[in-house]
Design a binder for this molecule. Structure first.
Ligand SMILES: Cc1ncc(COP(=O)(O)O)c(C=O)c1O
Length: 437
């Protein structure tokens, strides 16, 4: 390692509080100083190349340093970088809202800067809607093992102990439904049976408590942060129908899965449902700038059009609807329209899967692919920390979740990139003697 790199890492450890990190364990072996990015690759200060197999925490869709996205942001930068969105408006936020509303079949967009804030907005809007109608609905429903963010409201609808346990006494007590995703993936038939069984249990709980429930929040089709757990879309379809019947808002958290990650523009489309509220972030800006949006149905929006100030939604963030971030999001949607359509993304996913399938012969469990996500579990004997560092040594950036290793590459990745990923994984499997089933 070069002197420069060592100095940067030392200064970072001394001054920066890194997110979701064990600061006590950082050293110059496990913190990488990044200098630049190009397509699906990151380059360290030392000139080492890393394949970004996690799309920089699932945000990047079309590669780093993409000229198309940069151009739109730069054009906007030459006009206005930021202006508040209360009492003022601007073309980028209007254009983006029109396109998002049309794409998601929703009515109005409320903006914030990160996924957790989009979830906070969704929870507050849902609660406030019922309040405006004179109904006291103070509970939310979440799914076992779900993840919806780190702020206190979002954490109170998150069910991943490592993130929420420490803060239990600060969190609202909400209602948890059993997970529709089985521990082991067998057949499509088994996945469907499991989802239907889970739905029956959900039905009992929701029927019992619906009067006090404002909304149900769910990661459509794939629970990402708890280990890329897939569940059958029938669950979502039935849940939406039940929520509509019981006057419960269905809040679709598409923050991780939206913008094509699961092979549809929005994962709700697998179940052909229209949620009442939808949260978007991450891929929304192509991963270029912090941006989130909470989209609501017309019925919800109209409940806030009231001469009584208390019945209006007075929530705000300083950077709400930032023009630069909106221009990145518009460029992202343009990129889907002009360069890489969902059909093309899916074509690539099928090609990549043919290469990824090679991994099936190793001693791994629950290998699964949907859209641009591949996941498998390491056998119990294998340490995921070790796996992560072995991959880094080979220039592959991954971040296993427990024993789940996943690959979530930028959509612009090439066949040779994916061959590289498989080659590295095979090398590690052999090193860890996982080639023996
Ligand atoms: C489904 C889901 N919801 C919410 C969030 C929170 O988003 P952010 O990290 O931008 O606050 C995440 C982040 O990974 C997520 O995966």
């Amino acid at each position: 390692m070069s002197k420069v790199s060592r100095k940067i890492i030392k200064e970072s450890i001394e001054n920066v509080w890194h997110p979701c990190s064990r600061m006590d364990q950082y050293n110059d072996q496990n913190l990488i100083a990044i200098e630049s990015g190009n397509k699906s690759w990151l380059r360290s200060v030392d000139g080492r190349e890393y394949f970004d197999a996690i799309s920089s925490w699932w945000v990047n869709l079309f590669g780093h340093n993409n000229p198309y996205l940069k151009k739109n942001i730069t054009t906007q930068l030459n006009k206005i970088e930021h202006v508040m969105l209360s009492g003022m408006t601007h073309q980028p936020v209007i254009d983006l809202s029109k396109r998002l509303n049309a794409l998601a079949n929703m009515d109005h967009c409320f903006y914030s800067s990160d996924g957790s804030s989009a979830v906070e907005v969704a929870l507050k809007v849902s609660y406030h809607y019922w309040r405006n109608r004179g109904q006291k609905k103070t509970k939310f429903v979440l799914i076992e093992n779900s993840y919806h963010g780190e702020t206190l409201g979002a954490l109170s609808v998150t069910n991943v102990d490592i993130f929420s346990k420490n803060y239990h006494s600060l969190l609202n007590k909400n209602i948890i439904l059993p997970n529709p995703s089985p521990k082991n993936y067998e057949s499509e038939k088994k996945l469907k049976e499991f989802a239907l069984e889970s739905f029956k249990k959900a039905e009992v709980i929701l029927n019992k408590h619906h009067k006090k429930i404002a909304g149900l929040i769910i990661e459509p089709i794939l629970q990402c942060a708890s280990g890329m757990n897939y569940y059958h879309p029938i669950y979502l379809k039935k849940l939406k129908a039940l929520c509509s019947k019981l006057d419960i808002h269905l809040i679709a958290d598409e923050i991780a899965v939206g913008f094509g990650r699961t092979g549809k523009m929005f994962a709700c489309q697998h179940a052909n449902i229209k949620p009442d509220i939808m949260c978007l972030s991450k891929g929304l800006s192509g991963g270029y700038l912090p941006l989130a949006a909470t989209l609501v149905s017309k019925k919800i929006y109209q409940e806030f059009l009231n001469p009584d100030v208390e019945k209006n939604f007075l929530h705000s963030h300083s950077f709400t609807g930032n023009p630069l971030a909106c221009s990145a999001a518009i460029a992202t949607l343009d990129y889907f329209d002009n360069r890489l359509s969902m059909d093309k993304v899916n074509e690539k996913s099928r090609l990549f899967n043919q290469i990824m399938m090679k991994l099936g012969k190793y001693n791994i469990r629950n290998f699964f692919n949907i859209g641009m996500v591949w996941r498998f579990d390491l056998p119990e004997t294998n340490e995921s920390m070790n796996f992560e560092s072995l991959a880094r040594e080979e220039g592959l950036l991954i971040r296993p979740i427990g024993r789940c290793v996943y690959i979530m590459p930028p959509y612009t990745s090439t066949l040779s990139d994916i061959k590289f990923v498989v080659k590295v994984l095979e090398k590690i499997f052999k090193k860890l003697q996982m080639d023996i089933k």
